[in-house]
Design a protein around this ligand. Structure first.
Ligand SMILES: Nc1ncnc2c1ncn2[C@@H]1O[C@H](COP(=O)(O)OP(=O)(O)O)[C@@H](O)[C@H]1O
Ligand SMILES: [Mg+2]
Length: 257
């Protein structure tokens, strides 16, 4: 059975792609069959963090040029990857029907992965919301800034009221310490749960790190075989916490049904 996990955020630039890519690599390096889907349509850039230039992208599938299996690239760390592509218009203007077609096409994948992570676009627009509703689990990336809090709250509110999503895992990014991350989580949780009947679970934190910044600039993933350091540990810790996060029962069509 595949566990699908959407990585979302209220506002952009908070580290969704950084966390999607490195968490996917952490799972793949633990020999768990993992597929990363870059569904940040129009802003797809996971391939840059992975340091690869895939020949085929989701765009080739949507336009009918390739099968879903043909647009999967396998990285040197055995991570399976579907790039969002850069033919912005095709993907950004998807209708509900086309989005459903993409979601259902995952049933045709020859070998189902153990995990599928989905890097979704920021905010509560239609395509992000439908990818979230079609996933089993949701991770919201949060930073300590008030703007991130407010936008994440709005996203959770929309997901809860419109799609009945009530379980959310929270990852704090660009923190200075675990203590600060947990304080911010507690603050966010008490505000959110005062107004919405949702469950938030702390899944971990990633400190602000020059090594992470450098890995992005040099297009060399932080996580790789035989590379263990204090930064790779953040992503390994989050991967361990995934089993604590409850799935959602939304009634929407799911990626692997
Ligand atoms: N933990 C971190 N430490 C240092 N810089 C980070 C960290 N996470 C993200 N960044 C910086 O923030 C930028 C935006 O991150 P990204 O993952 O692309 O965000 P999003 O996908 O949410 O838009 C990155 O290019 C990187 O420079
Ligand atoms: Mg991104």
């Amino acid at each position: 059975m595949t566990t699908t996990i959407a990585i979302a955020s209220g506002k952009g630039g908070v580290g969704k792609t950084t966390i999607s890519v490195n968490l996917s690599l952490s799972l793949a390096l633990q020999s768990k069959e993992t597929l990363l889907l870059d569904a940040d349509l129009g802003m797809a850039n996971s391939h840059i963090l992975l340091g690869i230039n895939p020949k085929f992208t989701l765009d080739d599938f949507v336009t009918g040029k390739s099968s879903i299996d043909d647009v999967i690239t396998i990285t040197k760390d055995k991570l399976k990857f579907i790039s969002g592509g850069s033919a912005i218009n095709n993907l950004l203007n998807l209708s509900d029907l086309e989005r459903h077609k993409i979601i259902q096409s995952f049933n045709n994948i020859k070998k189902r992965p153990e995990y599928m992570l989905i890097d979704v676009g920021a905010g509560a627009e239609a395509s992000s919301m439908s990818f979230m509703a079609s996933s089993d689990k949701i991770i919201i990336v949060l930073t300590g800034e008030p703007t991130s809090f407010i936008d994440a709250y709005s996203l959770i509110k929309a997901a809860f009221l419109d799609y009945k999503i009530n379980n959310f895992g929270i990852v704090l990014n660009m923190t200075v310490s675990e203590m600060q991350a947990k304080l911010n989580f507690n603050k966010f949780q008490s505000i959110t749960q005062k107004f919405l009947d949702v469950n938030l679970k702390y899944l971990g934190h990633v400190n602000s790190s020059q090594r992470i910044r450098n890995s992005i600039i040099s297009r060399t993933p932080l996580m790789s075989k035989n590379n263990k350091n204090s930064d790779t540990q953040y992503f390994d810790n989050i991967s361990q916490a995934l089993s604590l996060l409850d799935s959602n029962n939304t009634g929407s069509i799911k990626f692997f049904d």
